[in-house]
Design a protein around this ligand. Structure first.
Ligand SMILES: CC(C)(COP(=O)(O)OP(=O)(O)OC[C@H]1O[C@@H](n2cnc3c(N)ncnc32)[C@H](O)[C@@H]1OP(=O)(O)O)[C@@H](O)C(=O)NCCC(=O)NCCS
Length: 188
């Protein structure tokens, strides 16, 4: 069962934030969070329009429940004053030969970026990965124009392992490469 112990973190704006695993009762607030995040519509593969199609309360509750009971899938939220500020996850490969790899995802509300929350969340994810019986490698894909995310990952020990050229095309006709990054779970 992928559940972490709740952790309190003090951010640079002196606000205390709780990092924890969501429960089914958080589903509505998680959905509201995702609506806000997709308003920016440029950091993820799914567009805001596509996201709307699968974002229902029932599906979100199921999703949270699935991650709760599956030891190879972790979702982590952070909150303060009853407001969800971030959503992050690790998912082990579904194929037997890729179970040792955890795909990492992270997002934070715009007003809460640059305050040390990303680093604190990544530390929690890495700690969980270290304790996981099968995980050996963490991996992620990030758009080449997303400098804050690339910096965060580098700070957390992630290294570029490859690049997919023009992997994403935006509505305005411009492209971004996808930088594939990894870190071995046990590296310092
Ligand atoms: C990427 C993201 C998770 C970073 O989280 P964050 O809370 O802002 O990061 P932190 O405040 O913990 O900063 C960690 C490091 O990242 C770097 N960083 C953060 N914001 C930065 C910025 N705007 N420009 C350059 N570097 C930045 C800094 O080096 C910082 O370390 P330092 O404080 O010791 O200098 C956040 O910006 C976000 O949610 N972005 C939108 C969603 C997204 O892009 N997700 C990743 C998709 S692959």
């Amino acid at each position: 069962m992928a559940v972490i112990e709740a952790k309190a973190v003090l951010l640079k704006n002196l606000k205390e934030v709780c990092i924890r695993t969501p429960v089914a009762e958080d589903a509505e607030r998680v959905l509201n969070y995702m609506k806000k995040i997709f308003e920016e519509d440029r950091f993820f593969l799914m567009t805001a329009e596509e996201a709307k199609e699968w974002q229902t309360l029932e599906k979100e509750q199921e999703h949270i429940q699935k991650y709760h009971t599956d030891e190879d899938k972790l979702i982590v939220i952070s909150e303060t004053d009853g407001r969800i500020l971030s959503l992050s996850s690790i998912e082990c490969g579904s194929r037997q030969r890729m179970r040792h790899i955890g795909q990492v995802g992270i997002s934070i509300l715009p007003d809460w970026r640059g305050l040390g929350l990303g680093k604190a969340i990544m530390e929690v994810l890495i700690e969980w990965a270290r304790a996981h019986p099968k995980l050996e490698k963490l991996a992620l894909g990030v758009w080449s124009g997303n400098k804050p995310a690339i910096r965060l990952y580098q700070k957390m020990g992630f290294i570029e392992e490859g690049r997919k050229i023009r992997e994403v095309k935006y509505a305005d006709g411009s492209y971004d490469d996808m930088i594939c990054m990894y870190r071995m779970v046990d590296s310092k």
